[in-house]
Each structure stands twice: as C-alpha cells, then as structure tokens.
Ligand binder design. Structure first.
Ligand SMILES: C[S@@+](CC[C@H](N)C(=O)[O-])C[C@H]1O[C@@H](n2cnc3c(N)ncnc32)[C@H](O)[C@@H]1O
Length: 280
C-alpha cells in the first residue's frame, strides 16, 4: 500500500476523495494486518476432503468432476489466448483461484443450485467466472461479489476480466469496496445466503470478521468456503466455536500441473451449516 502511495499519489488522492470512509477502512485493515503473525498455521489437511464433503451433503461420487475438468481447461486456454497470465501471483501479488478451490465451489454450485451466492475478492475473476458459469447451467441464481479494486491503474483494468460475456454478467453484481464496510450492508439487504466464499484480504482479523458476519445469514444446508486458511488461525478458531457443523481442511489440486499452488501449501476450508438435509 505504501509503495502504491509513492508511485501513484494522484490516483490515491482521487480514490480517497471518492469514498474517504472506505479508503480509511482499507488503510486500517492493511495497517492492523502488519501486527499479525506471519507464521503459517499447520492444519492437518484432509486429502479426502472431497469425498467427505460429498458424503456429508449426499452428493453422488463423481458429481460434476468431469464437467469441471473440461471447463477448467477451456477457461485457462481462453485466458491464455487473450494474453493473460494465470495462476499464482498473476494479479498484483494475488493468486487466481486454484483448481481445487474452484472445483469445490463448482461442485457446491451445481449440487446446491443456490439462488444467492456472495463472494469477497474478485481479482481476475476466476471464482466469479466458475460461479457464474455454474449458475447459468443451473438456469437460476445470482452472484454478489465484494472487491476492493487495486489503485494501480494497470491491474485495476484487469478486475473481473475472466467474466467476459454479457450472458454471464447478467447474473452478477460487482460491489467495489472493503468487505468490512460492504458485507454487513449487503447481507442485511439479501437476508439469507446459500453459499458464501471468502477470497479477499486474508488477514486473521478480516477472515474472522467475514466468517462471523456471513454465518448467521447462511441458511441451514448452505456452505462457506474460505481460501488460504493456513495464513492465520481464524478458520480453526471458527470451527472450534461451531463444532456441530461439518468442516474440512482441503488441499489445492494440480489439475493442470503448472497451476499448482505453493507446492502442497495453500489450504482452503469448507464449513457446511447443519442440519444439511432438512426433514419435510
Ligand atoms: C486472492 S484475490 C481474489 C481471487 C479471485 N477470487 C479469483 O479466484 O481469481 C483477492 C482480491 O481481494 C481484493 N481485496 C483485498 N482486500 C480487500 C478487502 N478488504 N475487501 C474486499 N476485497 C479485498 C484484492 O484487491 C483482490 O482483488
């Protein structure tokens, strides 16, 4: 952030003038994150998270795996053809959603057929693209994405580029700003959410805030997917506080070897909100 101020002082001033409260919040989040431990949290990852999640939800074993693999290759190919760098560190210092994380989301979208999906963190829009592709195939549902766009004008232009077609954008609402300020307002407006995905700022403070804010709004049978949980202890603390809800510590997956992330590190987490199958 401080480097951005030095390199783009006018852009920073414009940004602050547009929404001083949000600019202050962004600064505050960044500043406070500097006091957090940078030691990774060594969660024991569950290599069978996929089977565990499917079993808990009653999803058939090979559900959606083949269609995901085809679409993943298609999307990666399309983005590279358009000259985009994809994968780890491809958007400023941020990573595009990796294959394991995105496949978990894809499976949930196709199985749950959610009407209301909220995510934080867009960058190139890899997760947004797959969520919207899934909703389109389902023929129902809408995605709200909260994202603090970078001040750097070059990277800023790349926000959401993976969501290229108008057909997909019809189901999408992009909300620019910090999740700390935008998420409570959005959730108040929506009332209830089927699926919540955290992929914005991965400070312990922000992850805890997003999970605790989204949880009461998540419907029973809904799911929460949280990226990069090994960067801070917030996911573990959350599941300790909510032991009655099934949770999984998941490893990233090398569907395409060069998109593998962090060499076995870079865990993501899933929490399913019980009761999973409501009696009628
Ligand atoms: C890891 S990237 C998102 C990757 C994306 N989900 C994908 O799969 O391609 C994180 C994004 O969150 C944004 N961000 C950073 N801090 C934020 C905050 N406090 N609130 C909302 N978004 C934030 C970053 O600008 C960046 O676009």
């Amino acid at each position: 952030m401080f480097e951005t101020v030095r390199r783009h002082p006018l852009k920073v001033l414009t940004h602050v003038a547009q929404d001083p409260f949000d600019a202050f919040t962004a600064f505050q989040e960044e500043f406070l994150s500097r006091f957090e431990s940078k030691d990774p949290v060594r969660y024991p990852a569950d290599p069978n998270w996929d089977a565990g999640m499917r079993e808990a939800m009653g999803i058939a074993p090979d559900f959606a795996r083949a269609e995901f693999a085809t679409l993943w290759d298609e999307v990666i190919g399309e983005l590279r053809e358009r000259g985009m760098k994809v994968g780890p560190g491809s958007f400023h210092a941020w990573n595009d959603g990796d294959a394991g994380f995105v496949r978990a989301i894809w499976t949930l979208i196709r199985f749950m057929r959610p009407t209301t999906v909220v995510e934080t963190g867009v960058a190139h829009g890899m997760t947004s693209r797959f969520i919207l592709e899934g909703l389109e195939r389902n023929g129902e549902g809408r995605l709200w994405s909260i994202d603090l766009p970078p001040i750097n004008p070059v990277t800023r232009q790349e926000v959401g580029v993976a969501v290229a077609t108008e057909t997909l954008r019809r189901r999408w609402t992009y909300i620019a700003g910090t999740s700390r300020r935008r998420l409570p307002v959005l959730l108040d407006r929506l009332g209830q959410v089927d699926l919540f995905i955290h992929d914005s700022m991965h400070s312990g403070r922000n992850v805890a805030f997003e999970m605790e804010t989204a949880w009461p709004r998540l419907r029973a049978g809904g799911a929460m997917v949280v990226d990069d949980i090994d960067l801070n202890p917030s996911f573990g603390r959350f599941v300790e506080r909510h032991p009655e809800h099934p949770s999984f510590v998941c490893t990233a997956e090398p569907v395409t070897p060069d998109l593998r992330r962090f060499n076995q590190k870079g865990l993501f987490g899933i929490v399913l909100k019980a009761p999973l199958r409501l009696e009628h």
